[in-house]
Structure formats: structure tokens, C-alpha cells
Design a protein around this ligand. Structure first.
Ligand code: PXL
Length: 278
């Protein structure tokens, strides 16, 4: 019996910088789920580098979707990340609406450190709200959570305010809201709100003052893989946080360019063991 779950992973392919598809494919495979890439753009490096090529493949996405539609291709999960244009968001909306029985995970990739990414326009931010409204789980960072709720960005929000923001996002549609990478003094905090369980918890790890690219994509990929394997939200967020902490701690010993991401390749065997634990 084929009991391997499929995840349609809608994200870009960036040649350097360990983010989006280049991390989701190995992480999901290690967790025993099949990552089916649905590429949105091809970049030489992610947009954090001073120089990058950007090939928008919106037209190809229309044909790609049609091919999967014609084949009746279904997925246990649809995971969307970096989207390059308003039209791409519309394609993803249609793709999801035709497959609503899947677990819909939207990482509303729009910005970081209080600022929208250079490729992200105000119109795209507005459209992203429509995508968030049909998701089951969303994983914004604090910048994205503030953009979605039209709150002013501040690094100093307390737990009560973060819960308020998470509830506002949940009221847009998603049952589970995970706000990632909140930096508080020497800690990084991930918050999770579950509207079904009416629960709210946070997982903290030490922060060594270095922010690496792609950690949000690795985090969301781990959470998806663990949830699809039957682990609960609490375990999934806790283990994803621990994995990223450990990998950052190791990577930081080598003084690499933080835009190159974290050395997760060396820790995949640990991820495999995390998943085996029931
Ligand atoms: O990791 C988020 C991300 C994904 N894809 C591209 C990016 C970024 C963040 O900068 O530029 C192309």
C-alpha cells in the first residue's frame, strides 16, 4: 500500500542560500513524506543577496497546475511559501480551492525585521490575506503577522499582545497560527495559538545574535512533516525549534555568511530520529 503522504510545495528554487525548495525537499523526505515541488520562481540566490537573477514562472505555473488538474493529482497537504506576483497568489488560491480536503499550510512570506521584501508590493500583501483566510495553519514571522493584522511592527510586544495578534490572524480563517522567530533579549521565541483547542504556548531557545536565512522555511517544513506523521502541534513546534537552535549553534562556529543559511544537512539524521519517536 502506498501510504506515503504527498505535499504540494509551492515555493521558489533559489540556487544559493538554503531556503524554500532547497530545504523543503530534503527535510520533508527525511520525515518520510513526499515533497512534490510546484516552483514559483527560479533565482540564482535568494533576495537577501546583493545580486540575484529572478525568473518569474507564473505562465508555467498555469500550465503546471493544469497538468496536475488533468491527472486528478491530490495531495494530503498543500504548503505555500514565497510567491512572486499577485497573479501567482491567484493561481495558488484556485489550486487550493479545488483541493480543500488537503491540510493547507500557508507561510505568508512577505518580509522580515519590520520590512517587506523588495519583491513584495502592497497589492501582494493584500492578496496574501485571501490566501491566509483559506489556510488551516499559518506560520508568519512577527513582521508578517504585523503586516497581516495591520499592526505597527515592534520587537517589544509582550505575550498578551502576541496572543492578540495570533487571535486576529486566526479570526481571518486559520485554526492554528504559529508566529515564529520573535527575538527577546537573548532568546528566540516561537508562539503557537490553536483556536480549536483554545490553547496558546510558546517555545524558547537561546539567541546568539545571528539571524540566518531560510530558518523559517526549515521550521515550517519540519512542522508539516511531523504533523503529517501524526505528531501534535506542541511536539512539532518544540522539536522544530530545538532542531533549528542546534543547527544554528553548530553553524555559528564557522563564521559563514548568514545569508547562506544553516548547515542542516549534517543534522538530518537527528530529524529522522525525532520523527521515529512516538
Ligand atoms: O526564506 C524566505 C525566502 C524565500 N525565497 C526567497 C527569498 C526569501 C527570503 O529572503 O528571498 C526568494
Amino acid at each position: 500500500m502506498n501510504n506515503i503522504k504527498k505535499v504540494a510545495t509551492i515555493n521558489d528554487l533559489s540556487g544559493v542560500g538554503r531556503c524554500s525548495l532547497t530545504v523543503s525537499i530534503p527535510v520533508l523526505s527525511t520525515l518520510g513524506v513526499q515533497c512534490c515541488p510546484f516552483p514559483t520562481a527560479v533565482l540564482s540566490c535568494h533576495t537577501g543577496f546583493d545580486n540575484f537573477t529572478f525568473l518569474d514562472i507564473t505562465d508555467e505555473m498555469i500550465k503546471y497546475k493544469k497538468s496536475w488538474d488533468n491527472l486528478g493529482m491530490d495531495f494530503e497537504c498543500i504548503y505555500s511559501g514565497f510567491l512572486g506576483s499577485e497573479k501567482q497568489i491567484d493561481i495558488v488560491l484556485d489550486f487550493i480551492k479545488e483541493r480543500e480536503e488537503a491540510l493547507i499550510v500557508v507561510d505568508p512570506v512577505m518580509g522580515d525585521n519590520g520590512k517587506a521584501y523588495s519583491t513584495f508590493t502592497k497589492e501582494m500583501c493584500n492578496k496574501m490575506k485571501n490566501l491566509v483566510s483559506i489556510a488551516d495553519i499559518v506560520t508568519p514571522n512577527l513582521t508578517e503577522a504585523c503586516i497581516l493584522t495591520e499592526e505597527e511592527y515592534s520587537k517589544n510586544y509582550n505575550d498578551e499582545k502576541i496572543l492578540d495578534i495570533a487571535k486576529k490572524i486566526s479570526s481571518m480563517g486559520p485554526e492554528k497560527v504559529i508566529i515564529t522567530g520573535i527575538i527577546r533579549e537573548n532568546k528566540v521565541v516561537n508562539f503557537a495559538y490553536d483556536n480549536e483547542e483554545k490553547s496558546f504556548f510558546k517555545v524558547e531557545s537561546d539567541f546568539n545574535n545571528k539571524s540566518y536565512s531560510g530558518t523559517g522555511d526549515i521550521f515550517t517544513s519540519i512542522v508539516i512533516g511531523l504533523i503529517l506523521n501524526g505528531h501534535d502541534l506542541n511536539y512539532s513546534v518544540e522539536k522544530a525549534t530545538e532542531f533549528i537552535y542546534k543547527t544554528i549553534e553548530y553553524t555559528s562556529k564557522f563564521n559563514t555568511d548568514t545569508r547562506e543559511g544553516i548547515m542542516f544537512e549534517l543534522f538530518l539524521k537527528e530529524l529522522f530520529l525525532i520523527n521515529e519517536h512516538k
